[in-house]
Design a protein around this ligand. Structure first.
Ligand code: CTP
Length: 396
């Protein structure tokens, strides 16, 4: 469905991503018009924007020539969607409080379009209670979608949330595919914690980002998503039902209760647990070394994959390896009886990172997916998983 998409650019370095977004939207047949704040012109040239959009680009509310063409009220009426990206702290403050002192903010008040806001700023600014309060106000309004920012290295050198998502992700927010409609997807994510005593545990470095990105993208694409999550610092994605677990045994119970139509296991499950966790906090015993007896945890995904055909979901695992990636991944897929396995190399600094590459392995095929942001990789994995699932007898 062709949409009229108005893009409002405010003054942030991430404005450089907008020309690519415009090209993606135009490629899929959308009509795009652009307005910007005065500050945005410091970061992106209006000439570039005009060239990619093929339309006059406006920033001045009082430009008589522009008003003679499509006046600002007509422009507000024209738009089906109004994306403000990057949306700075300043712009969010104005929008939250109804201040309209330039074209971009005036259009916000004048339009009946669905509003998409992409907050983009330094991580400390984003975390400020004033900005968070403005975002909460805006998110609560009808027909408003706040697009979660990506986290990672920022232009200012800080590391944290506040990056503008990649153009492909922004496009998908504006025009979500609905190809996962009504499919029950269970995603597991994050680490497990295996208790040593009431205050200590064994765990791993999983951040949960890949699983959360998959859950968020599938929900946007229409799936009914259950996210079984170990402890992470991540917010529950919109439209996702989250079940919190701690240990591998908790995970097994939750997975058996909610296997879904498709079971996608991104959790980094501890292979072992402490045989006899202590009931009380353990004390040091002089200088003696500590020996912990460990027993193997249940292999959750292998248990799910071994369910009888009536309840067995289409089962997709991850193989995180530091060496012999494809050899180990192929063997793991076969051993656990998985339909697909996603091989990913964790020899670098993938844990907690914002980008990743992968190879999708089935019995018949191997598809390499290049290094990209975890959210872009999630979209691509969902494309391939959906296609492979539709080949099975369970669903069309
Ligand atoms: N997995 C699981 N339950 C476990 C261990 C792993 O469900 N007890 C799942 C993971 O979520 C992942 C896949 O199995 O989807 C492979 O996990 P990985 O840790 O790579 O494999 P292991 O079976 O632990 O093999 P190994 O540690 O020997 O490499």
């Amino acid at each position: 469905m062709t949409q009229n998409i108005l893009i409002g650019i405010s003054g942030g370095i991430a404005a450089y991503k907008i020309p690519h977004l415009v090209r993606l939207l135009k490629k899929q047949g959308d009509n795009v018009r652009i307005v910007h704040t005065a500050h945005a012109a410091h970061f992106i040239s209006p000439t570039t924007l005009q060239a990619v959009s093929g339309e006059a680009v406006r920033h001045d509310l009082f430009d008589p020539a522009a008003e003679q063409g499509m006046g600002h009220i007509e422009l507000a009426r024209w738009a089906d969607a109004y994306l403000i990206a990057p949306a700075t702290a300043n712009i969010l403050g104005k929008l939250a409080h109804g201040i309209a002192d330039d074209l971009l903010t005036t259009l916000y008040l004048a339009t009946n379009a669905h509003i998409y806001l992409a907050p983009t700023m330094n991580c400390h600014m984003l975390a400020h209670p004033a900005v968070q309060a403005n975002l909460a106000t805006l998110a609560a309004r009808e027909k408003h979608t706040v697009i979660p920012s990506d986290s990672g290295a920022q232009a200012c050198g800080d590391i944290g949330a506040g990056r503008l998502p990649e153009p492909e992700t922004l496009r998908d927010w504006l025009t979500p595919k609905r190809d996962w409609q009504d499919i029950h997807l269970t995603v597991t994510a994050g680490p497990t914690r295996e208790a040593i005593d009431p205050v200590r545990y064994l765990s791993n470095h999983s951040s949960g980002k890949m699983g959360y990105a998959l859950a968020a993208a599938a929900a946007r694409r229409g799936a009914i998503v259950t996210l079984i999550s170990g402890p992470t610092a991540l917010p529950t994605p919109p439209g996702v039902t989250r079940i919190n677990i701690e240990s591998a045994e908790d995970l097994l119970a939750a997975a058996l209760a909610h296997p879904g139509d498709i079971y996608l296991s991104a959790a980094a499950v501890a292979d072992y647990r402490v045989a006899h966790p202590a009931a009380q906090k353990q004390k040091k015993q002089g200088d003696a070394p500590l020996t912990l007896a460990l027993v193997q945890n249940p292999d959750v995904i292998a248990t799910i994959a071994a369910l009888p055909p009536e309840t067995r979901p289409y089962t997709v695992g991850f193989a995180a390896e530091t060496e012999n990636l494809l050899v180990y991944a192929r063997a793991k897929r076969a051993r656990k009886n998985l339909d697909l396995i996603i091989a990913n190399d964790v020899s670098g600094d993938v844990f907690g990172a914002d980008d990743n590459s992968a190879t999708l392995i089935s019995a018949e095929r191997e598809i390499p997916l290049p290094r990209q942001s975890k959210s872009a990789l999630a979209e691509s994995l969902l494309d391939h998983i959906r296609a492979a699932y539709s080949q099975t007898s369970k669903k069309s």
